[in-house]
Design a protein around this ligand. Structure first.
Ligand code: UDX
Length: 486
């Protein structure tokens, strides 16, 4: 093995699933490693990189780090592909067919980051869904760390699927979704059928998403280590189960808070792929403390037109102020920019008096604002952690993948909100808002503030996430030496 490696600092390739959620958390990890003089090559698809550049000053922001660079590769999809949730299997397939050869070239013997290059790679951090990462890491002789950006509780249900299939629990034998699943070590008595990831409701064992997850299950244990965006006090029963999958785990979250803590006064950079409408911040400034419910379903979830109006009526009838993110394409069959005169008068009136609608918001700032009292969310993992850290209770209306599990944990285990899974009618929306914003306001606020305190302690000096990040950094530096002695 070339002795080049001995002279340079460790060099990590970070390769996220090219979607808003995973890119958000992987960029925060990249910056945390940059701060420790580890060289980072962040591999984005051209599509995502272009959207980041159009909506943020990310490119300039990262220029201050001489040890950080973006690399871009085509995702191989036709330009017009919407890259929406239903496209995820195609995105994965296209990346494997189109990106893998480029990666082999880049990291191979004569590649820009090959063993004899100026900056040979010493480690790969990839999204856990990229099963091909195991082969490529082995080919070039560097350790692979999987970073699954979904929740550990969500990932743990993925890893339980082979056993559930073996026990005949999947596909479900009947339509009783409230039946507890029998095999869920560390989650006993918590997970019902309806709380499993949405793709578990399929009747077809050969379902494309289910098969992708079963493939992922085979590869996760082959990584040198597993990185998680969580903290010990939040998910210790799950993290101890993960140790049976891989002895080397790093629970370093909440990543956005961890980074802010490390940066102290220095600002972080937005990684939005839609333009943020900051007018909502001045609107929030004019609202009383904890009087506003913030509503967002993340970057991928979609609702029907009927659900859209049920949520709208529930918000207006609740009497609470509301800040609603209506992301382009988030309502199937409805162009969001429809004329107000097509809308029932009570909705138009109620929104005029107490609502603010934007197409995309600076969510971390919104959740940190004192006027926000509750978050009606789809339970995406980044959103869940961002709300938890700010001590804001949640009303959870999950859409797919890990969100069903996250919403169950928020409502049933951490008790920092209500689980509105599988329902969407105006009476329930109104009732849940009144329960969180009025009837049980103190109880939810107290629980949420307690959890926020634990989260902040975990990323402070001596905290569990602080220690795990230290260990991750040391291990990455040791990989350099190991590679040098191969
Ligand atoms: C997806 C899955 O939903 C999620 O469960 C998985 O963990 C990551 O991939 P997404 O649906 O986009 O992510 O949800 P989430 O994980 O919450 O990420 C959304 C991100 O967009 C958050 O960091 C949030 O702060 C940001 N956001 C959302 C904005 O910046 N502005 C908005 O208006 C809405």
């Amino acid at each position: 093995m070339s002795n080049q490696r001995s002279s340079l600092s460790p060099h990590v390739l970070i390769f996220p699933l090219p979607l808003q959620g995973p890119v958000n958390s992987m960029l925060k990890l990249a910056q945390l490693l940059c701060l420790q003089n580890i060289q980072i090559t962040f591999l984005n698809t051209e599509h995502i990189q272009e959207r980041l550049q159009n909506c943020t000053n990310n490119q300039n922001y990262f220029q201050k780090y001489k040890n950080f660079r973006f690399e871009t590769v085509p995702d191989g999809l036709e330009e017009g592909n919407p890259r929406t949730a239903d496209q995820i299997p195609n995105i994965l397939k296209s990346i494997e067919v189109n990106v893998l050869p480029i990666l082999r070239e880049m990291l191979g013997t004569c590649g820009a980051y090959g063993p004899d290059s100026e900056s040979p790679l010493t480690c790969i951090i990839a999204d856990g869904i990229f099963t091909f990462a195991v082969d490529i890491a082995k080919e070039i002789g560097v350790p692979l760390l999987y970073f699954d950006t979904i929740s550990p509780c969500g990932l743990w249900t993925y890893l339980c699927l082979p056993k559930l299939i073996e026990l005949g629990e999947l596909p479900f034998k009947d339509d009783n979704l409230d039946e507890l699943i029998s095999y869920a070590p560390g989650m006993e008595g918590i997970i019902r059928r309806r709380d499993l990831p949405s793709f578990c409701r399929t009747k077809d064992i050969n379902d494309r998403i289910l098969q992708l997850v079963l493939e992922e299950d085979k590869h996760i244990p082959l990584a040198h280590g597993l990185i998680f965006n969580t903290f010990q006090q939040l998910e210790s029963p799950i993290l101890s189960q993960m140790l049976n999958i891989c002895p080397n785990i790093y629970a370093i979250g909440p990543l956005h808070t961890h980074l802010k803590t490390k940066l102290a006064e220095e600002k972080t950079s937005s990684s939005s792929i839609w333009k943020e409408d900051k007018s909502c911040m001045s609107w929030l400034d004019s609202q009383p403390t904890k009087s506003v419910i913030y509503v967002s379903i993340g970057s991928l979830a979609v609702m029907t037109k009927e659900q859209f109006f049920e949520i709208w009526y529930g918000l207006v009838n609740s009497g609470s102020k509301f800040l609603w993110v209506r992301r382009p394409g988030s309502v199937s069959g409805l162009e969001i920019e429809f004329e107000f005169d097509e809308i029932p008068l009570e909705l138009a009136q109620g929104t005029k008096e107490g609502g603010k609608i934007v197409s995309w918001a600076p969510q971390e700032e919104v959740l940190a604002h004192s006027a926000v009292g509750c978050f009606l969310t789809h339970s995406g993992w980044n959103s869940t952690l961002e709300s938890l850290v700010e001590g804001k209770p949640m009303i959870c209306w999950p859409y797919f993948v890990d969100q069903q599990v996250n919403s169950r944990y928020v409502g049933e285990v951490w008790r920092i909100g209500l689980d509105m899974k599988d329902t969407c009618d105006r009476e329930i929306v109104e009732k849940m808002i009144k329960e969180v914003m009025e009837l049980k306001k103190e109880e939810f606020s107290k629980r949420a503030e307690e959890m926020a305190k634990l989260a902040k302690e975990s990323v402070s000096e001596g905290g569990s996430s602080f220690e795990d990040l230290d260990r991750l950094i040391q291990d990455i530096k040791l990989m350099k030496i190991a590679a040098n002695h191969d």
